[in-house]
Design a protein around this ligand. Structure first.
Ligand SMILES: NC(=O)c1ccc[n+]([C@@H]2O[C@H](COP(=O)([O-])OP(=O)(O)OC[C@H]3O[C@@H](n4cnc5c(N)ncnc54)[C@H](O)[C@@H]3O)[C@@H](O)[C@H]2O)c1
Ligand SMILES: [Zn+2]
Length: 363
């Protein structure tokens, strides 16, 4: 079989630097060319992915770069100021200058942390993201948002720092545990409802294939979801408005994550949040019932939850939604659909409609 060429999706516009998201298989040799004139790279990765990072380090070395590998804690534990400080110290000890660069190898937590370090070291050195999760590929690594968590909440400190490039090597997903894989698919399905219904048709045609990283459909889905995010962030690089549609399902989703002490995966909470947003869209924006039910069918076909069976009350979740950083003042704001692929925001919807939509995700 002849290897297929990678797909290159451009991000940027309106005077901001363009970068490419490269999607395909067997792409580790795509990383070095994206590093431009860098002489040395700090390859940041979680301990759990040391083997894959070592293979990437070998390829970078073969391309003539000097590689310093920097191990960080796994998952969300990486997104702490103390971890950023440890990486800054390593860069300082190694004498990293503006002609050097970072490479992030891991899930969204790794790309967020390494992106933040790259944004701040010498006020900004280039970073190339090599996401290893579905969520990282279709969401976290694309768009230039980087950040860490603080005691007051997630992602409250950060910077916009567009990467020099993103390499989505689908072969890296082979070791991703199934629940992490499914969680990332929630963002893919989101792109389907908000913008690209062909995604939904692909999932409906063979949900079992969608859950296997080696399926050809995986590449098609990742490419479509990356294109969606690339289109949105290219039109709205600094979060002036359009980016809000990326938040579909996230208002309740974030509240569920917080209420459950972050024991639910992001995509699981967002899946329930999307069903809620669909029900709300039906009540306040005339979204048809068939599309509402399609949310339940598509999400559950890939193993994602469509109801909230946790212990928090509606009042608790409402309170959490009010303090979400995306809320404006006291006014709750939701992204809803008035039709498939047609998102809009509603400000301060009728509390009775909110409660009715919520009732539909708890029964
Ligand atoms: N910057 C943004 O725009 C943006 C957007 C969405 C999400 N995020 C952030 O992304 C983070 C979540 O990302 P995530 O879901 O990728 O989680 P993650 O980075 O925490 O990774 C999830 C788990 O999977 C493991 N893992 C990763 N790749 C693997 C692989 N190929 N094989 C085996 N195990 C693997 C990780 O070690 C970790 O334990 C959150 O911190 C969120 O805030 C950022
Ligand atoms: Zn999300």
């Amino acid at each position: 079989m002849t290897p297929t060429l990678p797909t290159r999706i451009a991000v940027g516009g309106a005077g901001e630097r363009l970068y490419e998201v490269v999607v395909g298989r067997g792409l580790l040799d795509e990383v070095a060319p994206l590093l431009g004139s860098a002489l040395r790279v700090a390859l940041v990765h979680p301990a759990a992915l040391a083997q894959g990072a070592a293979w990437l380090a070998e390829r970078l070395t073969a391309a003539g770069l000097r590689v310093t590998t920097v191990e960080i804690p796994d998952g969300e534990d990486a997104k702490q100021l103390s971890v950023a400080a440890t990486v800054w110290d390593r860069l300082g000890a190694e004498g990293f200058t503006r002609t050097d660069a970072c490479v992030a190898y891991g899930g969204g937590a790794t790309t967020d942390l390494a992106g933040f370090v790259a944004a701040t070291w010498l006020r900004g050195v280039p970073v190339v993201h090599v996401p290893t999760t579905v969520l990282g590929m279709v969401d976290a690594a694309v768009g230039g948002k980087t950040g860490i968590d603080t005691a007051a909440g997630k992602n409250l400190v950060g910077a916009f720092h567009p990467p020099a490039g993103v390499v989505c090597d689908l072969d890296l997903l082979a070791t991703l545990p199934q629940p992490e894989y499914a969680s990332g698919l929630a963002e893919v399905v989101k792109a389907g409802f908000v913008d690209d219904p062909e995604i939904l048709e692909l999932v409906e045609a063979d949900p079992a294939a969608v859950l296997r990283s080696e399926s050809p459909v995986t590449r098609e889905l990742v490419e479509r979801a990356v294109r969606f995010k690339a289109r949105v962030v290219s039109a709205d690089l600094r979060e002036a408005g359009l980016r809000e549609i990326l938040n579909y399902g996230h208002t309740l989703g974030h509240a569920v994550e917080a209420a459950e002490g972050y024991r639910w995966r992001h995509g699981e909470a967002v899946a329930v949040g999307m069903v809620f947003a669909a029900e709300l869209g039906h009540l306040v924006a005339g979204l048809d019932r068939a599309t509402v039910e399609r949310h339940r069918a598509v999400l559950s076909s890939v193993g994602l939850p469509v109801r909230y069976d946790g212990t928090s009350t509606w009042e608790t979740l409402l309170g959490l939604m009010r303090v979400d950083k995306k809320a404006r003042g006291d006014q709750l704001r939701f992204v809803v659909l008035d039709a498939l692929g047609s998102p809009r925001t509603v400000d301060g919807p009728d509390p009775a409609a909110l409660a009715a939509a919520y009732a539909k995700v708890t029964t």
